[in-house]
Design a protein around this ligand. Structure first.
Ligand SMILES: Cc1cc2nc3c(=O)[nH]c(=O)nc-3n(C[C@H](O)[C@H](O)[C@H](O)COP(=O)(O)OP(=O)(O)OC[C@H]3O[C@@H](n4cnc5c(N)ncnc54)[C@H](O)[C@@H]3O)c2cc1C
Length: 355
């Protein structure tokens, strides 16, 4: 690796005869759907495994903290930014169909936009991912958080995931606060650098959870999705229906999607109250966080320029010029009200970065 310094806060690394720009003091807000946050001390975009490894080597040699960014649709960056390297996975259009026996697998680079993959599947008459139409962000962000909609989630389509395990500066690389749900042999030496293949089962998917949330030193690099041959018109019609529903239901303002996870509720009386009020059945004891927020009367509540959406109470939106501080204050207020009234502790689905 040859390092060439340049003016304007841009450092260029010569890698395998290609240049990768490492930018300093790089503004992050426009790389998020919230459009909030300060700069990253270091920033680079990678489009394949070799570039990712070089970027991580740079991180290690310079003793930096690291944050891997997909589509930025589930993050809130601090107003002061991130003091470390943000590695953004670029959307490269790497999608390849492979037939294994009667299965049809689509091999995708992790930085690929989920929307592109959904369209690619529809174009090739592959069914199984229609539910994901309209979910912003990258494939890797969706796998890490087991993104889902309309009763389906990534668990239902992932065949296997390839990830890279790397050196991690802060020793919180393993999220000890999560239950120790997985004890895979190949993760025992947590700082060893290597590619690891995870089967669907090893991904340990559950509601908005996967093993990649627990082990922060794993970067998802690609995945095989398992789909079935279907009827192209039927697939397209289903996608159009979902797009229509999402347009009617979801706010247009800038946000990071559902802000809180839907909590698991023990108290029967709350479940019954929800079912009676909404006319909907409660699944797996999970109550929509948006319903709880409405019940405590916070629809439309504003702190600074952050607001609880009028259309969907689990969306905290940037009504124009909101700061991360505004969002955090609003989120804390919501948590306090719901806790006081229902005895339920809401947990953010959105990832806070740089706090
Ligand atoms: C309008 C709107 C609607 C939404 N609707 C839905 C919905 O219906 N269902 C749903 O589930 N979500 C929804 N979301 C939330 C969001 O789109 C999903 O969570 C999405 O999957 C996040 O992907 P991303 O690439 O943007 O992740 P990012 O926001 O970039 O990152 C999220 C987390 O994933 C980590 N990450 C990203 N790439 C990697 C990688 N390669 N390796 C390891 N970690 C990585 C990041 O470090 C971060 O911790 C919505 C969001 C918006 C703004």
């Amino acid at each position: 690796m040859l390092k060439l310094k340049e003016k304007g806060g841009v450092e260029r690394l010569l890698i395998f005869k290609k240049f990768m720009n490492i930018q300093k003091n790089f503004p992050l807000a426009s790389f998020t759907t919230f459009n909030i946050g300060g700069p990253a001390s270091f920033f680079c975009e990678v489009s394949d495994e070799s570039e990712l490894i070089e970027a991580l080597d740079y991180v290690e040699k310079n003793n930096l903290k690291v944050f891997v960014l997909g589509g930025g649709s589930n993050v809130l960056f601090n107003d002061d930014g991130f003091d470390g390297m943000v590695i953004k996975l670029k959307d490269t259009n790497f999608l390849k169909i492979e037939k294994v026996g009667s299965d049809i697998l689509v091999n995708c680079w992790a930085g690929e936009r989920l929307g592109n993959i959904v369209n690619f599947c529809a174009k090739n008459s592959l069914t199984g991912l229609e539910w994901a139409v309209g979910i912003p962000g990258s494939l890797s962000g969706a796998i890490r958080g087991n993104a889902g909609a309309y009763g389906y989630d990534m668990k239902s389509v992932v065949e296997k995931v390839k990830a890279f395990g790397y050196f991690c500066k802060d020793n919180s690389s393993v999220n000890e606060s999560e239950n120790d749900r997985c004890n895979l042999e190949h993760l025992k030496n947590k700082n060893e650098k290597k590619f690891i293949l995870f089967s669907n089962k090893e991904c340990d998917f559950s509601y908005r959870f996967s093993i990649f949330k627990k082990y922060k030193n794993l970067v998802i690099v690609s995945a095989f999705l398992k789909l079935k041959k279907g009827d192209r018109n039927q697939i397209k019609n289903q996608m159009e229906e979902i797009i229509k529903k999402r347009r009617e239901k979801l706010p247009k303002e800038k946000s990071a999607g559902s802000f809180f996870e839907n909590p698991k509720v023990e108290k029967k009386e709350i479940i019954l109250r929800f079912e009676k009020d909404s006319g909907k059945k409660c699944h797996n004891q999970r109550i929509p966080a948006g319903w709880l927020i409405e019940e405590v009367g916070l629809r439309g509540k504003k702190i600074g320029r952050a607001k609880i959406s009028e259309e969907h109470a689990n969306f905290l939106v940037n009504s124009g010029g909101a700061t991360a501080k505004d969002v955090i204050m609003l989120s804390s207020f919501v948590k306090m009200k719901v806790r006081n009234e229902f005895g339920i502790q809401l947990k953010e689905e959105v990832q806070y970065v740089g706090f």
